[in-house]
Unconditional design. Structure first.
Length: 254
């Protein structure tokens, strides 16, 4: 059904969900690239990533199957819990041990089954601690118009090591040259010892990787470098996020 046939409240919910999807297109694009080049699933059940945890495929708690069946991983670093229960005010979410996850409010979740409050405006989603999620946060009318927009990196710090790692993928987005002629670039995103580094990770494309903003979750505003010795600009605190603006002369790699 076309969104504009809904009432205003529902239309706003559809709009916000669509904007979320567009902001995460760089993350989705990398997930699709891994499927094309490596055969890794774009969306997977929990057991795919947590085979050593029997709770993800053979649970004994009452109702646990209905919980696990509603949870999926997008790539490796985003977990989503669908809400299909009519009139639900809260849902259970299972967090496997040995991993930690941040909520959208920056709260670090406990392992095991956790009750999460939900409304019609919420999609319960969680981000793996120790991951870096590439996004494009500028609103455009199409993904084509987003092509030249700079990236925003969301760094979800591992609370024990205060480090994180992520990946990104770039190509021309319109041709088959990325696969037929290997014209693409993979990027390795690393935060360690207070330093953020963007490094080439493969491919023969000539695409740059430009970052205008780095958003840290789980960190105090004290870092000062990007990609080696290049200085960050203004660092500010906004809620649970520490936001670093990247000066134009330091924003692009290579």
């Amino acid at each position: 059904r076309d969104p504009w046939f809904y009432d205003e409240t529902t239309l706003n919910r559809v709009k916000n969900a669509t904007l979320d999807r567009y902001r995460l297109l760089p993350y989705w694009y990398h997930a699709f690239a891994l499927y094309v080049y490596c055969g890794k699933p774009i969306i997977s059940p929990l057991w795919y990533a947590f085979l050593d945890d029997p709770n993800t495929y053979k649970c004994n708690s009452p109702g646990c199957d209905s919980v696990i069946d509603q949870q999926v991983l997008i790539g490796t670093d985003i977990m989503v819990r669908g809400v299909v229960e009519k009139g639900a005010k809260s849902v259970k979410v299972y967090f496997p041990p040995k991993t930690q996850w941040y909520s959208t409010t920056g709260k670090l979740m406990s392992s095991g089954y956790v009750d999460i409050q939900v409304t019609m405006d919420d999609i319960p989603r969680f981000f793996r601690a120790g991951s870096i999620i590439p996004r494009k946060d500028t609103y455009r009318s199409s993904s084509k118009l987003m092509y030249n927009d700079y990236f925003a990196l969301y760094v979800y710090l591992d609370p024990s090591s205060f480090s994180a790692e992520g990946y990104a993928y770039t190509d021309d987005t319109i041709s088959y040259d990325s696969t037929d002629e290997d014209k693409h670039n993979f990027w390795i995103l690393t935060f360690k010892n207070g330093q953020l580094t963007v490094s080439p990770g493969g491919g023969t494309g000539q695409y740059s990787f430009c970052v205008h903003q780095v958003i840290f979750i789980g960190l105090n505003p004290h870092l000062r470098t990007l990609g080696g010795a290049r200085a960050m600009g203004e660092v500010k605190r906004q809620g649970v996020e520490t936001i670093a603006e990247i000066p134009p002369e330091s924003c692009c790699v290579p």
